[in-house]
Structure formats: C-alpha cells, structure tokens
Design a protein around this ligand. Sequence first.
Ligand SMILES: Cc1cc2nc3c(=O)[nH]c(=O)nc-3n(C[C@H](O)[C@H](O)[C@H](O)COP(=O)(O)OP(=O)(O)OC[C@H]3O[C@@H](n4cnc5c(N)ncnc54)[C@H](O)[C@@H]3O)c2cc1C
Length: 321
Amino acid sequence: MSGTERGGATPEKTDVVVIGSGFGGAIAAYHLAAGGAKVVLLERGPWVASDEFEHDFLLGSSYTRIFDFVVGDGMSVLGGNCVGGGSVVYFAAMPRAPRFVFERAGNIGRRMWPAAIDRDALEPWYDRVAEALPIIRQDWNDVTYSGGLFAAACAHAGRTANPAPAAIDRELCTNCNWMMAGCRFDAKRSLLLNYLPAAVAHGAEIRPLHEVQHLSRTDDGGYRVHYNVIDDEDYRITAGGGTLDARLVVVAAGAGATPVILQRSEHALGPMPPAVGRYFSGNGERLNTASSTRRRSGRSSVWTGEARRTRPRRSARDPAW
Ligand SMILES: Cc1cc2nc3c(=O)[nH]c(=O)nc-3n(C[C@H](O)[C@H](O)[C@H](O)COP(=O)(O)OP(=O)(O)OC[C@H]3O[C@@H](n4cnc5c(N)ncnc54)[C@H](O)[C@@H]3O)c2cc1C
C-alpha cells in the first residue's frame, strides 16, 4: 500500500519505477537493480506460476487471463497481460532482424530507423539476451511435426526453409502445443525464468495487478506514477490505488498501452510528439492458418529417418543469428 493510500503525508518513493514486465520492462529492471538502483516494477496483469498455466480455452483459464486484446480501427493488438508480458504467451521464435530491415526508407527516401540503430549496433545486445534466456538453434531433428510439414510444403513449392532459433529448453519441451497459454513445463524460456527472478534477487520489487493510469511531475523534478490496483478475478474492478514517486520512470507497457499512458499524462508532461500512438505495423504482418497433409505437402519423409536426405535446402540468405 502506498503512502497516498494510507492517507499519510509522505508519498512512497523509489529510485526507478518500471511500468510493464515484458521484454522492455524486465530487462531494464534487471540491469538497473543489478546496478544498485531501488526498482519497483508495476504490472497490470497477474503473476501466474508455471503449474497454473492450463491446457484449455475456458473463460478464466490462463488462456484468457494472461492476454489483452484491443480491437482497434484498422488494426487490433494482442499482447501479454501478466508478469512476464508477451514472453509468457509468445512462441519463443528468436530470429534476429535481418540487416535490410534497418535500411528501409519511407516514401520520401528517409531511413525510418534512427541513424544509431542498425544490425551491427544491436548485435552485442542480441548476444547478451541469447546468453541470458538462453536461445538455441533448432536442427531438423528438433522441429515439431507441423514444422516439418511446413518445411516439406516449402520444399514442394521450390522454397527454402530453416528451423528458427528458439528460446526453448529442448530437454523439457513436450511439444504439447499449448505454449500460447503459458508453458507448464518451464521449457519456454520466458522472462519468469531469467531476467525477472534475477531482478528480484537484486532487490527489485514486482507488484502484479497494478495498472498505471498516468504520470505527473513532483516538486523535486521527479515523476509521480498514479496506479489502480486491479481485482484478480475481474480486471474491470478496481480494488484501490495509489502513487509512487521516482527519479526515473521506464514506460515499457508495450506498443498498445505505452502511448495511452503517455497521452493521458500530457497535462503534466506536455504535448506528446504526433507519432506517439500512430504509425503501427503488425509484427508478423499477417497471421494465417492452414491445414495440410503429408500427401499435399508432397514430401512424406522430411520428418522421418530420411530427413537428412530430403530436408529443404538452407537458404543462401539465412541470417547468422
Ligand atoms: C501470441 C503471441 C506470440 C508471439 N510470438 C513471438 C515470437 O515467437 N517471437 C518474438 O520475437 N515475438 C513474439 N511475439 C511478440 C512479443 O511477445 C512482443 O514483441 C514483446 O513481448 C514486446 O515486449 P514489450 O516489453 O514491448 O511489451 P509486452 O511484452 O507486451 O509487455 C508489456 C507489459 O506491460 C503491461 N502493461 C500494459 N499496460 C500497463 C499499465 N497501464 N500498467 C502496468 N502494466 C501495464 C502488460 O500487461 C505487459 O505485461 C508474440 C506476441 C504474441 C501476442
């Protein structure tokens, strides 16, 4: 409970407030806590333990509890809503962005990424995350049945395919196909297994069911974070609220929620740049489902003992990951 909630005159203070516990928030929280800062991480979703992840689609199961789906105008956003954010619900495919992505230019020819960001600049950071999660490169013996089927269909169509690098512990993975509802087996290397416990070990405090509403300024030049405490069963019910003061605030609430917090804070922080909350593009561009069979894929042996002889060719453009 914060100082504001207690009705006391002294507001609760910390060095750093991190909003959101996905990749952006958890990694920042870890490094700041390890560097000696007093860090409080506010997360709007629940903190779900591995054995609470369920293998069903029932309303109220982990499948529905740990997602946030915002139906937008022209684009809808599906994101994580739990401690660990998107890392808990994601598919753990970990390819590094190819070089050409950073060189893309808009229609007046200007490079879209800031000048300082390109593949070379990101490479050491990719290396660090790959070590911490960790990330493995699957080979053809590791890919699932459906992955083999997809690769065979690619080969049949004259295309190449490569197994994706993945943040998965092969020894623990059962190929249960429920990874989107959270991994019961700790095989998916979500942030619940690495950066978040490491941040806690360095003194960071994680507060689930704390939904940040907006930010304001304090008289000493810092920030005041205003939050609601959310009911564990029904997220529409508010079970209290408070404020937390900090010198530094990391707003890492994801692409859908960060702009909302910033825009709600305009009265205190000043007008946001017009790009905040605009110009989204889907990360996968398109989500397709398809059904196929061994017969239709044209290759029946790609996932069998004959895999080595019939596997699809490696792509010449296979990025070093
Ligand atoms: C189903 C699915 C599969 C995916 N598969 C892959 C994949 O295989 N490979 C890959 O690279 N990427 C994948 N992604 C994308 C990846 O998960 C995201 O790009 C990544 O999680 C974004 O990190 P983030 O820190 O920006 O946001 P998030 O991980 O979304 O974290 C934001 C956190 O902030 C919290 N939050 C939001 N609003 C507030 C608030 N007001 N107050 C407090 N907390 C708040 C949210 O609950 C969430 O926990 C997938 C995403 C989904 C949804």
